[in-house]
Design a binder for this molecule. Structure first.
Ligand SMILES: Cc1ncc(C[n+]2csc(CCOP(=O)(O)OP(=O)(O)O)c2C)c(N)n1
Ligand code: SF4
Length: 256
């Protein structure tokens, strides 16, 4: 990477909070994780909080971001990133803690941590990549798999009579979090808006208001077995039908 830059062959506009040495990144071509993390990187830059940051990533494809940023980072066990970042934040409230995970990590194995962190209004930021499946392990059904959607473990399509309806994480967090919470759902199809949501989430933590949670609708072309156009259309036309994009909780701005 450095060599290519020195030769003037490659001059990518990377956020300064990124670790250039770890680029090109480790995600599959067309994966949405990179777009979400670019939004996060730009938000960190704009807020000037790089030196205060601790970035935690889960098991799942989010772990491929363990060296993504030039900030203190920790890679945790599956579903345990929320309590790890909560612990760090409680030990050092000056930190800006981000827990990054997939829908399996946040809504299945780690759902109790997400739920209870929301109930306690922990002053951390959680960013969750919703790609409708368990990406890293080969595309099994996840809590967010859409009704009728085929996966490795729902080859005839998700049967909601057997498995229930897909989890709506932001709606759940918004329902249980006390005053001061910031909750939103963005999409990689609208990175400018997604970056705005992530920035507001970080600002909410900086203000000490309460928990901030952003779900990002994302794509997993490898396991969906889709080309670029099909991936885009699935996110834009199928996912947004069920998962509504927008802000669900925005704290009142304190006067003075
Ligand atoms: C305790 C534990 N259970 C199961 C696994 C196996 N496992 C690894 S990644 C993963 C699913 C990841 O899916 P998700 O969290 O949605 O993230 P994605 O890979 O889609 O980004 C599972 C079940 C594990 N590593 N640890
Ligand atoms: S398996 Fe899916 S989620 Fe994982 S890196 Fe590849 S495209 Fe992304």
């Amino acid at each position: 990477m450095q060599e290519l830059k020195e030769q003037g062959i490659l001059q990518p506009a990377m956020p300064s909070s990124w670790n250039e040495e770890s680029k090109p990144h480790k995600f599959c071509p067309g994966c949405g994780h990179g777009i979400i993390l670019k939004c996060l990187g730009e938000a960190i830059d704009e807020l000037g909080i790089k030196d205060k940051m601790v970035f935690g990533c889960d098991i799942g494809c989010s772990l491929l971001a363990w060296d993504f940023f030039a900030v203190d980072s920790v890679q945790t066990h599956h579903g345990r990133t929320t309590p790890v970042i909560v612990g760090m934040k409680r030990a050092n409230p000056e930190l800006i803690g981000v827990a990054y995970m997939g829908d399996g990590g946040g809504y299945a194995i780690g759902s109790q941590h997400l739920f209870n962190a929301a109930v306690r209004n922990e002053k951390i930021t959680i960013i969750l990549c919703n790609n409708c499946n368990y990406g890293m392990t080969g595309g099994q059904m996840a809590p967010t798999t859409l009704p009728g959607m085929k996966t490795e473990t729902s080859p005839y399509g998700r049967d909601v009579e057997q498995t229930g309806l897909p989890t709506k994480g932001p709606e759940m967090v918004a329902a249980v979090a006390p005053e001061g919470a910031y909750v939103a759902r963005g999409t990689i199809a609208n990175p400018r808006q997604l970056k705005g949501f992530i920035k507001k989430a970080l600002e909410n933590q900086m203000a000490g208001n309460g928990i901030s949670f952003v779900e990002a609708l994302s794509g997993c072309p490898t396991n969906w077995r889709t080309n670029a156009k099909q991936t885009w259309e699935f996110i834009e036309k199928e996912m947004t039908q069920y998962f509504k994009v927008g802000e669900l909780r925005v704290p009142q701005v304190k006067e003075g």
